[in-house]
Each structure stands twice: as C-alpha cells, then as structure tokens.
Design a protein around this ligand. Structure first.
Ligand SMILES: Cc1cc2nc3c(=O)[nH]c(=O)nc-3n(C[C@H](O)[C@H](O)[C@H](O)COP(=O)(O)OP(=O)(O)OC[C@H]3O[C@@H](n4cnc5c(N)ncnc54)[C@H](O)[C@@H]3O)c2cc1C
Length: 247
C-alpha cells in the first residue's frame, strides 16, 4: 500500500492492552497501523469486525484519539456503559483484530501561539485535550493552555495524575479541575467544586474575551458552555466544540 493510501475498510489493528483509569472508565491500547497519521484532537471510528455480541447500534463507535502522534500506540478511552459494543470491547481477548478508520475532524489546536487556548472538558470529554496537551509538552509548544476539567468526583476523573504531572513539566499549561458531586466522594478534594461557569473562568483567566475556547463532552454540557460563553461576550468565532453524541 502506498504511504498516503487509506484502506477503504479501515486500517487493521489489534487490541494490545486495556487498563481501568477511573471508576467505570477504561483505556484501550491498539497497535498503531503504519501510515496512520493524525493531529492531536482528532477522532477515529473503531470497528469490532467479529464481536461476541452486537445490537441495533452496530459494531462501530467514534472515539477521540487519546494518545498523541509522538507515541507508538493508539489509545482510546471510554466510559464503560452497559452496551453490546462496550461489553464486547471489555471482554475480547488481547490480540483481537479491529478496524480503525482514518483520523477525522478539525478539533485541533489553533496555530497562533499568541492566543491563549482554553479547554473545557466534561468527563470523558478529556480525551482530545489529553492528546493535545501531551503533544504540546513533547514539542515544547509556546502556546499557553488552560484546561478546565469537570467531573462528578475525583474517583471518576480519568488521567488526573498524568495531567497534574504535565502541569509541573510544562510551565505554559494550567490545570483547573472541578468536582460537582463531592458529597458522594470518599476522597479528599481541595480544588474547585461546582460547574464550570463564568465566575469560575473569570477567577482563572486574565480576560474572558481573547482566548480560543474548545469544549468537549456530553452534548448538553457543550451546549450549556457555548451559551454561557456567548452571553459573556465571547466571539462565536473563538468557540470550537466537539459533541460526544451518545452521552
Ligand atoms: C467526535 C466524537 C468523539 C468521541 N469521543 C469519545 C471518546 O473519546 N470516548 C467516549 O467514550 N465516547 C466518545 N464519543 C461518543 C461515542 O462515539 C459513543 O457514542 C459513546 O461512547 C456511547 O456509546 P455506547 O456504546 O455507550 O452507547 P450506544 O450503544 O452508542 O447508545 C447510544 C444511545 O443509547 C443511550 N444509552 C446507551 N446506554 C446508556 C446508558 N447506560 N445510560 C443512558 N443512556 C444510554 C444513549 O441515550 C445514547 O444516545 C465520541 C463521539 C464523537 C462524535
């Protein structure tokens, strides 16, 4: 196959590993097919060609690529809801063949490093940002990045330690995690609590107008954040969104 040719049925890959990274949340590592190119923040379709069970939703799901291009494996992360696709992904043996579609989407970091990037992640919506932030750290990008990351509890917060380490290694990266249901948590939490709102953004940002905002997660959260930003006077051209349809 020529280097720039995309196989019509998707790239062949295999499941290499799976690791729980938060309550009900699992990372899946796949072999990275040769010639598979992507930009941090893009997504791809993952297909189980021969799953142990299936249902009306079919054998394919779209996932953001949670790994970064500099890494030699592809990583996807999902909340393990009780659907045929996810039960299958959780139980098929390591080495199982999957098909991975070409990288899609334009939810990628802007070029102008003079403009602050503000990432707003709800739960599993962290996946494109993990890819962007890790690649930015690897490439020593000059962009200033603020990540607001909302979860119900620390127990549900995937990649919390990884992100805290990235904040230490990259002086351009600032992490603001917030928990919305601490009374249900068994863990201690000293950071922000409550939903991401204008008041929280104002406490951490020099000005609300100016940055490029990116929000990803369940559609209801992404819509709510866009509405809040527009009401706060943010230019619609500076708001980019990725709906995780299906949540
Ligand atoms: C660009 C893009 C990127 C995405 N990236 C990611 C990602 O990185 N990680 C990720 O996990 N997902 C991601 N998604 C969403 C993903 O494609 C699936 O839609 C999602 O994971 C749900 O799949 P499922 O098998 O759990 O539900 P499906 O079987 O697809 O069912 C979808 C519908 O059934 C209902 N449903 C099913 N199970 C439940 C339940 N337990 N509780 C309530 N309602 C339920 C929901 O109403 C939902 O609308 C992305 C989507 C897009 C479009």
């Amino acid at each position: 196959m020529a280097a720039n040719e995309i196989p019509s049925a998707g790239y062949s890959s295999q499941l290499l590993n799976r690791v729980q990274v938060a309550e009900g949340t699992m990372v899946f590592h796949f072999e990275k097919p040769s010639h598979f190119d992507f930009k941090p923040g893009q997504s791809a379709d993952v297909t189980l060609p021969d799953p142990p069970e299936t249902d009306a939703e079919g054998n394919t799901r779209t996932f953001s690529i949670a790994s970064s291009p500099f890494e030699n494996q592809l990583m996807f992360t999902t909340r393990l809801r009780d659907t045929a696709f996810k039960r299958s992904l959780k139980k098929v043996p390591l080495g199982t063949e999957v098909k991975i579609g070409p990288a899609m989407g334009s939810f990628t970091l802007h070029k102008n490093s003079a403009k602050l990037a503000v990432f707003l992640a709800g739960g599993i919506g962290i996946t494109p940002f993990l890819s962007i932030v890790r690649q930015a750290d690897h490439d020593r990008l000059p962009h200033k990045l603020h990540l607001f990351y909302s979860n119900r509890r620390p127990e549900d917060t995937a990649f919390l330690e990884t992100l805290q380490m990235l904040e230490k290694s990259n002086p351009n990266f600032h992490l603001i995690c917030t928990m919305t249901e601490m009374p249900q948590s068994q863990k201690e939490w000293k950071g922000e609590t409550g939903l991401i709102n204008k008041e929280m953004l104002s406490r951490h940002l020099f000005a609300l107008q100016g940055p490029v905002y990116y929000s990803a997660g369940p559609p209801a959260m992404v819509a709510g954040i866009s509405k809040m930003l527009i009401a706060a006077g943010v230019d619609e051209d500076d708001i980019r969104t990725e709906d995780f349809a299906g949540y």
